[in-house]
Write a protein that binds this ligand. Structure first.
Ligand code: FMN
Length: 182
């Protein structure tokens, strides 16, 4: 079973990379995850083009970047979306990456780690609506990090209660993914 941790910010100076690393570290030592391979899918490394053709993923001559992204997503049974909130919503680059694919998302599991000025709650809710388009199964609880408290000065400084919340969300995600892949 493979679960992808998608780092959804491509911004220079992003906090998303350290949030993604925190998620990956806790995931790899999670007590329920002995049979789980965790892959970090960092959007910045995929350098994806803006969607101007919704069939790229399926076309043989579609952009190589899109095919690489498709293959990485298709190889995963479930996901953690590490998502900031931009203008009260999902960041454009992350939504574009999601829109570029269709089949590789269908019926898979998803957990959300959101962050922003108010904990990324609006991006979190927006993902739940968006993920319904491909019948993704989203863990009900989530992790929400608040900029002024949890990464004041641009450095992640997390209280232990976030570790515990993340562990609970991952437990649900692992269980759900196991059921869906059975
Ligand atoms: C274009 C832009 C819009 C933003 N809009 C919001 C917002 O609507 N709500 C919020 O809580 N934070 C907002 N923020 C603050 C981000 O959540 C915060 O800067 C966070 O660090 C961004 O994630 P990143 O550093 O991984 O890119 C915004 C940031 C940017 C760059």
């Amino acid at each position: 079973m493979r679960i992808g941790i998608v780092i959804g910010s491509i911004r220079e100076g992003r906090i998303g990379e350290s949030v993604g690393q925190w998620v990956a570290e806790r995931a790899r030592s999670h007590e329920d995850g002995a049979d789980v391979e965790w892959s970090v899918l960092d959007l910045k490394e995929f350098n994806l083009p803006l969607l101007t053709n919704e069939n790229w993923a399926d076309e043989e001559d579609g952009p190589a970047e899109v095919h690489r992204w498709r293959d990485a997503v298709a190889a995963c049974d479930g996901f953690v979306f590490v998502s900031p909130e931009y203008n009260r919503n999902i960041p454009g680059a992350f939504k574009n990456a999601y829109d570029l694919l269709n089949k590789p998302w269908i019926d898979k599991s998803l957990a959300i780690v959101a962050y922003g000025g108010l904990g990324g709650v609006r991006a979190n809710e927006a993902w739940r609506v968006t993920a319904a388009a491909y019948n993704m199964h989203v863990v009900g609880s989530s992790v929400n990090l608040v900029r002024r408290v949890d990464f004041a000065g641009g450095e992640l400084a997390l209280d232990e209660h976030h570790d515990r919340s993340l562990d609970r969300v991952l437990k649900r995600l692992i269980g759900l993914t196991r059921k869906l892949t059975a």
